[in-house]
Design a protein around this ligand. Structure first.
Ligand code: HEC
Length: 104
């Protein structure tokens, strides 16, 4: 294989990977409405919680984990935090996470 061919293959592969990553990334615009409807009651409109024991997204609390961990957490729920499995699709949760990441 000459260098041009190698370069071309690497280039095409990068495009494919980029497309896959873009398809999986959440859309903060869609996530915003979900957040307002479902999450802001406890986590606050701007990510400042409305009650004790809720992490403050506005200070970066609870959001320093990778998306796949937070996705699993949101599906599962914990204590006061409800489980959203079956209530939100995986894509809706990704959108909401993308929005939460804009709050701090
Ligand atoms: C009834 C209140 C309530 C609602 C509604 C709620 N949460 Fe939570 N959330 C909590 C509490 C309490 C915790 C802390 C749980 C713990 O660690 O014990 C939490 C923690 C979290 C965390 C941090 C997880 C971690 O690993 O540190 C994320 C992210 C989160 N919530 C996202 C959401 C999203 C997204 C929604 C809406 C789809 C939502 N929450 C709705 C109460 C709520």
């Amino acid at each position: 294989m000459n260098r041009r061919v190698v370069f071309h293959r690497v280039f095409v592969l990068s495009l494919v990977l980029f497309a896959v990553a873009a398809a999986q990334a959440g859309d903060p615009q869609r996530g915003r409405q979900i957040y307002i409807d479902r999450c802001a009651g406890c986590h606050g409109l701007t990510g400042s919680p409305t009650m004790a024991a809720v992490p403050a997204f506005s200070r970066g609390e609870g959001v320093m984990k990778p998306d796949h961990e937070l996705l699993a957490f949101i599906k599962r729920g914990k204590g006061v935090m409800p489980s959203y499995d079956g209530l939100l699709t995986e894509m809706e949760i990704r959108d909401t996470l993308a929005y939460i990441r804009t709050l701090f």
